[in-house]
Design a protein around this ligand. Sequence first.
Ligand code: FES
Length: 312
Amino acid sequence: MAKFRIKRYNPEKQAEPYFEEFDYDFPEGATLLDCLNHIKWNMDGTLTYRMSCRSAICGSCGMKSNGHAMLACQKQAAHLLKDDTITIEPLGNMPVIKDLVTDFKLFWDKVDQVKPYLQNKEKQPEKERQQSPHQFKKIDDATTCIMCGACYSDCQVLEVDKNFLGPAALAKAQRFVSDSRDQATRDRIKELSKPGGMWDCTHCGECVERCPKPAEPFYRIKELMAVGLNEGVHNNIGARHALSFVNSVKHSGRLNESKIPIESMGYFNIKGLLDLLPVGLRMLLKLKIPPLIHKPIDDAKDVRRIFEEFGE
Ligand code: FES
C-alpha cells in the first residue's frame, strides 16, 4: 500500500496550503498520473490538477514529486516511492490557483518577451523557407520543448529573481537565434544580454535535470552565450566576465581573481566598481583578498596550446 501525500490548497476556502494523504495500492506499471486519476475518480473528486495527452506530449501534467518537477504521466509511481510514500506538490516559482494547478501567466509573458516567431524581411517564398539538415540540427533540441514548466519550476535563479527570463523562454529564444531563416539574431542577442537575460543564468544545471525532453535549456543558454560572444555583443557584465575568465586562464593557466571582478564590471563602470568596494573591504578584513601579483602556473604554455588547438 502506498501513501500519496498531496499538497492541497483552495484559496477560496483555506488560508494556508496543507498536505492530505491518500492510500492506494496501485497496480504494476501505473504512472503517477494514473494514481492521481484513481484518487480523483474514486476517493476525492475535488482534487485538482491538469492533464490531457497522458503521453508526455502536451506538457499539462507538470508537478513536483518528492521535491522535483516532472511530468506525472511520464513517471512510474513505483519509481517515485520513498518509504512507501510519494509527496506531490504544485510546480514551483508560480502562484497556485488550486491544489496542483499553477498560474502560468508570468511564464507565458516571458516566452512572449523573446519574440518566439520567425523574423525575416525577405519576400515570402512561394512555398516554405527551407533549411538543410545541418541547419535544422542547430535548433532541433530546442524545438522539442513542450512548455511544461518543469525547468521554470525548479530554476534556482527564479527563486530569488522573478525578473529572470527563465530556462524555457531562453531555450525558445535559442530556437530562433540559431534558426538559419531568422534575420534578427543581433537584435535578439542584444535584448537577451540585458539584466534578467541569458547572462543571469548561474549554471546550476537544474533545468537539464528536470527537462523531460531533449530541449535541455541550460545547453541552449550556453549556445546563446556563444552567439553573443561571436556577435561581439560584449557590453554587459556577463560577456565581460566570460572573456575575462578565458583570457586569464589562457595567459596564466589559472584565474586572476583580483582582476575578474573589475574586468567583469568594466573599467569605466564607476558605479559598478564602487559597488564592489564594500565586498573588497570585507575580504581584506577577513584576509581573503587574492594575491595582487598574479603568477602563472609552471606549464602555462601547455594551457595556451590547448586554447590554440581550439582556435582561440
Ligand atoms: S498529460 Fe500531457 S504531458 Fe502529461
